[in-house]
Design a protein around this ligand. Structure first.
Ligand SMILES: CCCCCCCCCCCCCCC(=O)SCCNC(=O)CCNC(=O)[C@H](O)C(C)(C)COP(=O)(O)OP(=O)(O)OC[C@H]1O[C@@H](n2cnc3c(N)ncnc32)[C@H](O)[C@@H]1OP(=O)(O)O
Ligand SMILES: CCCCCCCC/C=C\CCCCCCCC(=O)OC[C@@H](O)COP(=O)(O)O
Length: 198
């Protein structure tokens, strides 16, 4: 089917009208746009972070770079963060941080308080999230396959050794997945085994 010459311009104008209409009239569309931008912006920032982090190779010190690059996101989203009790994070001893997990926006809270030389345990699928996956790998994020408990346990046992020998902290979401409904899911046991083993 052939479109008349001005058709593409009209379609483009309609689209340009549709987007602000959806933004102001449909809260779910607004949420979708915001989350799409969030993910897209992180992918873009990760592209910038990769060459800087690559200089050191896979190294937990690179987490500082990711942290610094993500701190401004709260301003973009008008999120006010109040931090209390950071003195509970000692500067130099191994420990496991556990936190609840409601949404991918939890990343912002995590970056706000992330102690030095602290890496999160993440689902293996994140490794394949384009530039973000590579940036995470370079920053020493620990990837586990949640479907293979035995493998995940082996990875975590190795991590327990690293905690002791390389002055590293680990951040675990013990619910093991995001939970949007405001309650807490039962905790998986890995974080606690890790703490005992370390
Ligand atoms: C510029 C910007 C760039 C981009 C920046 C982006 C940065 C992003 C970083 C942030 C990423 C955050 C990602 C967060 C996530 O991905 S959350 C999902 C992944 N995390 C987890 O799943 C952690 C929590 N899960 C666990 O700890 C689980 O226990 C697990 C080890 C995975 C096993 O799972 P499962 O079988 O489902 O659970 P159980 O707990 O029931 O365990 C089964 C039995 O195994 C025993 N067990 C568990 N762990 C151990 C262990 N370490 N050692 C020995 N035994 C273990 C457990 O006790 C159970 O046995 P019993 O029933 O007690 O006999
Ligand atoms: C070329 C390939 C392109 C792939 C594009 C993938 C799109 C993803 C884009 C950006 C990644 C943003 C990183 C956000 C980090 C947030 C981590 C997070 O919150 O992961 C969820 C995980 O804890 C639990 O997952 P589930 O709730 O079990 O699910």
């Amino acid at each position: 089917m052939e479109l008349w010459p001005g058709a593409w311009t009209v379609l483009l104008l309609l689209l340009l009208l549709l987007l602000p209409t959806l933004w102001f009239c449909a809260p779910s569309a607004k949420y979708f746009f915001k989350m799409a931008f969030y993910n897209g912006w992180i992918l873009f920032l990760a592209v910038l972070a990769i060459p800087v982090c690559a200089v050191r190779g896979r190294n937990v010190e690179n987490m500082k770079i990711l942290r610094l690059m993500l701190l401004h996101l709260k301003y973009l989203y008008g999120i006010r963060v109040e931090v209390r009790g950071t003195h509970h994070f000692p500067a130099s001893q191994p420990y496991v941080v556990v936190s609840n997990h409601q949404s991918s926006l939890d990343l912002l809270g995590m970056m706000e308080v992330l102690p030095g030389r602290c890496v999160p345990i993440a689902k293996r699928e994140l490794l394949w999230a384009g530039s973000a996956g590579l940036a995470c790998w370079l920053a020493g994020v620990i990837f586990i396959d949640r479907k293979r408990t035995g493998d995940a346990i082996s990875v975590m046992s190795e991590v327990a050794q690293t905690l002791l020998t390389q002055d590293v902290r680990v951040w675990v979401f013990p619910e093991g997945t995001r939970n949007h409904n405001g309650s807490m899911l039962p905790f998986k046991r890995g974080a606690f085994h890790l703490a005992v083993q370390a």
